[in-house]
Design a protein around this ligand. Sequence first.
Ligand SMILES: [Fe+2]
Length: 486
Amino acid sequence: MSTRTHDRYGVEVEAADETAVQLLDEAVHTLTGLEGDPVAAISVAADSGLVLARCLLAYLHCSSGSRRGYALARDVLDGTPDPSAPRERAHLAAARSWAGGDLDAAAGQLEQALLRHPRDLLALKIAQDLYVTLGDQVNLRDVVARVLPAWPEGSPGAGLVAGMYAFGLEECGDYRAAERYGRAALAVNARDAGAAHAILHVFEMEGRQADGLAFVAETARDWGASYFAVHNWWHSGLYHLELGQLRHALAIYDDCVAAQGLATPLGRADATSLLWRLWLHGADIGERGSALAGAFEATLSDSAYCFNDWHAVMALALAGRLGTAYGLVAELTTRASGTNKVMLDRTGLDVLLGVIAFARRQYPAAIKLLSRARRHVTIRSAEIRCRRIVRSVRVLRRRPLSVGGGSHQQQSDRDGPTFERLHFRSSCDALAWRAQSALIPVAEFHHRFRRSLGGIAARLPQIRGRTSTSRAWPTSLASDFHLLVW
Ligand SMILES: [Fe+2]
């Protein structure tokens, strides 16, 4: 018989077994702090019939972004009787929505749950994850901000919430506050890989690569055992890359990303986005592209999230398997459903085809597709998290260095991705951030691009052959095509 008890954060749980609630608490803590693997604990709790444990297990299956994951989630939920308590009912509805492919509805149902129980850490964590998946950076911050008064400093779970808030602040451009909240979270729990991740983002966005590498050296022992460590290492690879340390970045790829991550969608995405950048910078990536593409090929027909498909297409492009990439895109146009289809239709297909066009050196088509996607990304808040690629279309507006004058170093800095990133940030006001992005005159670079089209093909070999350790960034229009997909 079920009774009412409370989780460690003081919110009611409908449970017949106190042990199952303790396992739920452990799993929610592990998941929120990205500390370890929550699956083992939650599977035992789910077997006991605890509704919230079943919902969490379903959420974890869904977070794979795969058709198989959705099917497993539906299996878990199908055997769950309808509960009477509002918290359990809200989670069950949200889990069913997500398992049915409707991520927007799931986020909305969890927001309703948080109105009733602002200390429902499970609802908060899953809602933020959904906003990350949807590319909704404003709400991934504000979903935490809305419940902050319920998490006073020193209360159970307040450190975890601070770490989540830090990430939201960073994504909205408030880097000082993000670092402050992130460090506060680490002061409570040094193993909070999510809080460390938020700080890693701050270093990236502020162009503080040396600080970032020092932070990694200082903290990796704390988050190194987390399943999320692959992604944090990926950030350190970016620091090396931006410092021109390609060999270090390649070592990070081999030892910390590819070696650990190719079995998971997140790991494959991290591996792809690092290897792609290395390739753009002229590093000798050897057979890594083929190995990476092989890891994707086994899962192509299972994907249900266009963010993963986008990385699959990039990996296939690195391996020269564009026929397979085209086949994937064709398949997606018929089988995508739910929120994924909305994202795919509005932005994702343009990104996928833009990457393929880029790989085929069909640059006018690549610019057209990626700039169109970028416009929608800025209007609707980074729908598929592709802004890192698409926003760099702005680089195409910049002219060769000789035009602007100044020293070589100044010019190099101004043409590097760090320069762009520093100017991409805005105040903490999300509306100002959006307005700034939306005002970027895409038509300008189209016009300039057409005028300069003739010299592009001849310049590409020159760019690809530049020294791998050069701190100076390439300055020709052809190099801008590479930055286009930075
Ligand atoms: Fe990240």
